[in-house]
Write a protein that binds this ligand. Structure first.
Ligand SMILES: [Zn+2]
Ligand SMILES: [Zn+2]
Length: 124
């Protein structure tokens, strides 16, 4: 039980879990796509797609945000849970949807050249 991490969207219609082991920490993405979708930079944890269990997905919808990635969100509450990099075996899971405490830290910032001008890059 405790070797699994769990999470959900705001309304709880989409729930997921994945194994805690081998988690590397969070990547903070400052690209414009994330800013416009999340209203901010988005911190995400990379999870092996094969190991991610989506337990309740009736309201889960996918939006193709580019040719390389699609975003998973809850069509009921609008919570944005996943970034699925189609050319990678990893699924990016939005940190804020993971039940705390996560025990993880931001370990890397990416797309910092397109970050918003209204905040500082978080320490990594
Ligand atoms: Zn929801
Ligand atoms: Zn991004």
């Amino acid at each position: 039980m405790s070797d699994m991490m769990k999470g959900q969207c705001f309304c709880g219609n989409v729930r997921f879990s994945f194994p805690k082991k081998n988690m590397q920490g969070a990547v903070a993405c400052h690209c414009r796509d994330c800013q416009q979708m999340h209203g901010n930079y988005n911190a995400m944890a990379a999870v092996d797609r094969d190991a991610l269990v989506i337990e309740s997905s009736e309201t889960l919808r996918w939006f193709d945000s580019s040719e390389k990635a699609r975003r998973g969100f809850c069509s009921h509450c609008g919570g944005r849970l996943f970034k699925d990099n189609l050319c990678s075996p990893k699924m990016m899971v939005s940190m804020g949807t993971i039940d705390p405490p996560t025990g993880l830290r931001i370990v890397r910032n990416i797309w910092t050249e397109s970050k918003g001008d209204w905040y500082e890059i978080p320490p990594a």
